[in-house]
Design a protein around this ligand. Structure first.
Ligand code: NAI
Ligand code: MG
Length: 346
């Protein structure tokens, strides 16, 4: 099995190196091949997603991705920005289904900014659509007739796109607690009205799943008021992006949340939900657990190795139970020492 490692920018290389140590310690016979992506690829090769990187991503059985984003690249034309690399990979590989679990480790009840009685028992999955919405619609910067600068990004979904992600939402709910909450903005947006109609149609195929609908502004409020009410949330690209960062605070830190981006063939790209964190890059402060847990999801979903995936997750829980904490969790461990704690638990 070949794993493509795409470290990227900022803390990306630091956290990918830690996740690789964990995978190697398990001795699973995996092969690793690394390629540049994002701002570092732009600086070295003039493009954030060079052809050889895309080729490796296509050849590999699974992709473990760090993060992209580099303040030096903020003024580049849009198509050369580091972030285009992750959007390009998602689109080129058809990775439309993004699973973002947020489960509270009991040991971290004290690490969240939210009160323990609010977050105790939080265990939800956000199913985010990843190939459409305002991220991929027509976009431009122009000057209006009266000389004002104007930017626009077109938000759209067609019914086939909604139907396939809705099915992933229902399947995920069926395999868990049987409750699906579809989040949209149907009171204002046509895109969302279609979303709501199609999700409701698909519900007929899943009589065993309880479907509810929620407007996104209300969902943002409910997520911090009572996160336990959610089992599976299915939503579009933009709303899912925002709500998953928010959900990370219900479980302690954005440095903890892994994700899987899958296509129809269960080919997957696995990455932490956070970005390149330029404010802490190069200081050894990054929490590697989101990436280590992403590696576990990779073993489970793309490499058919559920047993070592369980072992990694158990080792992370044990390390946290033993008091291992990086700075984002109120501790002092570096990324490498946190990984050492996970390896010791393994
Ligand atoms: P960010 O997620 O990189 O950082 C937000 C905050 O969380 C920062 O204070 C950071 O220090 C902290 N943080 C993030 N990951 C952490 C970790 N593992 N351990 C401890 N603390 C952590 O989001 P931000 O700052 O808005 O964006 C930075 C860059 O990342 C931008 O260029 C953005 O476009 C890019 N980005 C890339 C993503 C990707 O590659 N998939 C996703 C999100 C943002
Ligand atoms: Mg995000």
């Amino acid at each position: 099995m070949l794993v493509a490692l795409l470290p990227g920018d900022g803390i990306g290389p630091e956290i990918i190196a830690e996740a690789r140590r964990v995978l190697e310690a398990l001795d699973l016979g995996l092969g690793f091949e690394e390629a540049p992506v994002g701002g570092s690829a732009y600086k070295a090769q003039g493009h954030p997603l060079p052809p050889r990187t895309l080729d490796l991503a296509r050849r590999a059985d699974a992709i473990l991705f760090g993060a992209v984003g580099d303040p030096d690249c903020d003024r580049l034309e849009r198509h050369l920005r580091p972030e285009q690399a992750i959007l390009g990979l998602r689109k080129e590989l058809g990775l439309f289904a993004n699973l973002r679990p947020a489960r509270l480790f009991d040991e971290l009840l004290d690490a969240s900014a939210l009160r323990p009685e609010v977050i105790r028992g939080t265990d939800l999955v956000i199913v985010r659509e990843l190939n459409g919405d305002v991220y991929f619609g027509e976009k431009a910067m122009r000057t209006t007739a009266d000389g004002l600068r104007e930017g626009y990004d077109v938000m759209s979904y067609n019914e086939a796109e909604v139907r396939r992600i809705a099915r992933v939402g229902f399947e995920t709910a069926r395999a868990r607690g049987g409750r699906l909450c579809s989040v949209d903005k149907a009171n204002v947006l046509e895109t969302s009205q279609l979303w709501r109609d199609v999700v409701t149609e698909v519900a007929a195929e899943y009589p065993d799943v309880a479907l509810s609908h929620m407007l996104v502004d209300s969902a943002a409020m409910q997520l911090v008021r009572d996160p336990r009410q959610f089992d599976v949330i299915v939503t579009g690209n933009l709303f899912g992006d925002i709500l998953s960062d928010q959900a990370s605070m219900c479980v302690g830190s954005i440095g903890l949340l892994p994700s899987a981006a899958l296509n129809d063939a269960q080919k997957g790209l696995y990455e932490p939900i956070h970005g390149s964190a330029p404010d802490i890059a190069g200081q050894g402060k990054a929490n590697p657990l989101a990436t280590i847990l992403s590696a576990a999801m990779m073993l489970r979903y793309s490499l058919a190795m559920p047993e070592p995936a369980d072992r990694i997750e158990a080792a992370v829980a044990k390390a946290l139970a033993g008091g291992a904490r990086t700075a984002d969790l109120g501790g002092t461990l570096t990324a490498a020492r946190m990984t050492d704690a996970v390896l010791a638990a393994l």
